[in-house]
Structure formats: structure tokens, C-alpha cells
Design a protein around this ligand. Structure first.
Ligand SMILES: Nc1ncnc2c1ncn2[C@@H]1O[C@H](COP(=O)(O)OP(=O)(O)O)[C@@H](O)[C@H]1O
Ligand SMILES: [Mg+2]
Length: 157
């Protein structure tokens, strides 16, 4: 587990960007935390870190459920806040996306057991104050550990 304090939105974006740079196709990143904790902000950094142009806006997929981008890998940003059951998950074609080598960055993935099973790294965001967030990066399995290992090497000292 890696715990960090993010003193500003820019810190969150920078961490997420570094994470994006070390991801591989098939990785599922689970973003957790209450409303306004910074999940969508983190996803934005990760998408840009995966090589999607800064000019491309990364907004909340609350209503569309999935937004897809193409960087050095295909990336899907999902928000399952409104999702209710596993049938819908199957309908979204999540397994097919992973088989195709997409990276999946998911808000509220813990709600769905099959999504949670596929998650290799949990990013848990917590509000400390207006501009400060605490983040816990919790690996799930060997791939999650490897991601944290690669990420730590990229963190500013
Ligand atoms: N350190 C920080 N990290 C992330 N967001 C921050 C931070 N400080 C302030 N914010 C603000 O908090 C809000 C987070 O919103 P958002 O990323 O949509 O959260 P969520 O998707 O978890 O609901 C944004 O308005 C962002 O500017
Ligand atoms: Mg959000």
C-alpha cells in the first residue's frame, strides 16, 4: 500500500499521469471515494498520462457510463455510480474491452463484484480539506504490486 498526501489538484493530476504512463492493456484501476474526492480528476490525469492529447477533454461519464479514448493504448473511463446489476456490466462489454487490450479506469467499480475481481489497483481518495486529498494506492495481486513498484520510481523526490 502506498499512501500520499495530494496538496492540490495539480498534485493529483501529476500522480495520475505517472500512473497512466506505467499501465498496460488489460489493467483495471478502481477509483474509490465520495463525491468530489477527485476520482474524475484522477481519471483525467491517467488518460492524459496514457498519451491522449491535453486538448481532449476528460469529463465524467456518469450518464454515458463509458467514455473511450485512444492513447498509446485504448482507454475506457467508466462510472458505475448509476449501474445496478451484473447484467448491465455484461451489456457494456467490459470483458471484450479488456480482451482487446484496453485499460479500464473505473469509478464506483467496487459496487460490482465481477468488476472488483478484475481490479488490479485500488485508488482510494479522501477529502482532507478544500484542496488537499489523501490517496491510498492498494494493490490487488501481483500486477497491482508491479504497478506500484513502477510508479514509485517515477514519483518526484
Ligand atoms: N487535491 C485535489 N485533487 C483532486 N481534486 C481536487 C483537489 N483539490 C480540489 N479538487 C477539486 O475537487 C473536485 C473533485 O471533483 P471530481 O474529480 O469530479 O470528483 P469525483 O469524481 O470523485 O466526484 C474538483 O472540483 C477539483 O478541482
Ligand atoms: Mg466522478
Amino acid at each position: 500500500m502506498l499512501e500520499l498526501e495530494l496538496e492540490s489538484e495539480a498534485d493529483t493530476l501529476a500522480l495520475a499521469r505517472s500512473l497512466g504512463a506505467v499501465l498496460k492493456g488489460g489493467d483495471v484501476i478502481g477509483l474509490e471515494g465520495g463525491l468530489g474526492a477527485g476520482k474524475t480528476t484522477f481519471a483525467r490525469g491517467a488518460v492524459h498520462g496514457l498519451g491522449v492529447s491535453e486538448e481532449t477533454a476528460v469529463t465524467s461519464p456518469t450518464f454515458a457510463l463509458l467514455h473511450q479514448y485512444q492513447g498509446r493504448l485504448p482507454i475506457v473511463h467508466a462510472d458505475f455510480y448509476r449501474l445496478t446489476d451484473e447484467v448491465e456490466l455484461a451489456e457494456l462489454g467490459v470483458d471484450e474491452l479488456l480482451d482487446e487490450g484496453c485499460v479500464l479506469v473505473v469509478e464506483w467499480g467496487r459496487k460490482l463484484p465481477t468488476m472488483a475481481d478484475r481490479t488490479v489497483l485500488w485508488v482510494e481518495l479522501e477529502i482532507v480539506s478544500d484542496n488537499v486529498r489523501r490517496v491510498r494506492l492498494r494493490p490487488q495481486g501481483a500486477r497491482g504490486e508491479a504497478i506500484i513498484g513502477a510508479l514509485v520510481k517515477r514519483l518526484p523526490r
